[in-house]
Design a protein around this ligand. Structure first.
Ligand code: 13P
Ligand code: SF4
Length: 348
């Protein structure tokens, strides 16, 4: 039996077992068999209801494997999900990710209904800066363009010249600096991403003091100890990690850039210094690579569950709305980012 958010019980019948057997095969090495009867009825019902509602599920790489591999229609990093949201052909988007991602989908697809299963799925970076803060920065540095990481509210995006994600940050910084003929840009709100970008470009960067509460917890000593204990293991890191952590790793890039690294290079043993579900999702597909810890959990991403997604589809809650005037200004900054060529993984 699987309990839904409304208390309804969904049974693990032989029909459900048969209908979901192919999906279980995809996650068999990361989801214990004993857990499947709790997931399978929810998965079957979500996949049925998705068609009835003309809905698609966009899932970030940090979602758990039963969401990522069993109900998502599109998966990826923030940039890939934004590109998908801009062109997806459906009436409803259910965002299996955090609130700023759902807002980005709504900004790019204003005519669609965008749902998030849990309104509390926030982000420490998005919470670190407001539109008023950006206006003050612009007063202080009137001639400098503002490059804004997508991990921000629509209000903040609306005050920005261009957005970026971790997979295109260097290209975006260089392109706006060239366009505006300046050698310095304001880069908000992630101070670590700003430092990691600054190492890869000649453009000077004025940063904000935000940080990701998940990546901030990694430290360089821990990485050095890990490398000493696991000689030969490859270390991958997200550029939201502190600069000295990134300096210790073999490769730094967006979530999808790390996935691609593992799929292409097939290291025997790897650690991903990022959110824990990443390794589970790749391990489900890539079975000849050993994934080592540490990793950290994002409490916001983990608010999204199968029960929550089903509840969203059943009740059409919780709808993410953005004031049309703010959305129109924010869209300019997001569209400008989408125009900056193909995503280029950050290299270290
Ligand atoms: P990506 O764009 O690399 O997927 O990062 C999103 C995020 O929230 C990382 O913490
Ligand atoms: Fe925000 Fe960090 Fe969670 Fe990503 S991992 S959603 S940046 S708190």
């Amino acid at each position: 039996m699987a309990a839904t958010n409304s208390g309804q019980a969904l049974a693990y019948t032989s029909e459900v077992a048969k209908a979901t057997a192919g999906l279980y095969a995809k996650v068999a090495n990361v989801v214990p068999e004993i857990e499947w009867p709790a997931f399978a009825p929810l998965i079957a019902e979500i996949n049925r209801l998705k068609k009835e509602r003309n809905a698609v599920i966009l899932a970030h790489n940090y979602q758990t494997p039963e969401i990522f591999h069993c109900v998502a229609d599109f998966v990826g990093d923030s940039l890939q999900l934004a590109r998908e949201a801009a062109k997806v052909d459906a009436k409803v988007i259910v965002q299996a990710g955090v609130h700023f991602m759902a807002e980005t989908s709504k900004i790019l697809s204003p005519d669609k209904i965008v749902l998030i299963p849990d309104m509390r799925a926030g982000c420490s970076l998005a919470a670190s800066i407001t539109g008023a803060d950006v206006r003050l920065l612009k007063e202080k540095y009137p001639n400098l363009p503002v490059v804004t990481y997508v991990n921000t509210s629509a209000d903040v995006k609306a005050e920005s010249d261009v957005c970026c994600t971790s997979s295109n940050a260097v290209a975006v910084v260089e392109s706006i600096a060239a366009e505006r003929k300046v050698d310095t840009v304001i880069f908000i709100p992630d101070r670590f991403l700003a430092q990691n970008v600054a190492k890869q470009t000649k453009i000077k960067i004025i940063a904000w003091h935000g940080q990701c509460e998940v990546h901030d917890r990694f430290n360089a000593d821990e990485v050095r100890r890990f490398k000493a204990d696991h000689p030969g293991a490859i270390v991958l890191a997200h550029p939201e990690c502190p600069e000295d952590v990134v300096a210790e790793c073999d490769f730094a890039g967006s979530t999808s850039a790390m996935v691609n690294y593992v799929k292409e290079k097939r290291p025997a043993r790897v650690v991903m210094l990022t959110e824990c579900s990443m390794a589970d999702n790749v391990a489900a597909e890539v079975r000849d690579v050993e994934f080592l810890r540490p990793c950290n959990l994002c409490p916001h991403m983990k608010r999204i569950t199968l029960q929550g997604i089903l509840h969203s589809l059943q009740t059409m809650q919780y709808e993410v709305k953005v004031d049309p005037a703010i959305a129109a200004r924010a869209k300019k900054a997001v569209d400008r980012m989408l125009e900056v060529g193909k995503p280029k993984p950050a290299v270290h």
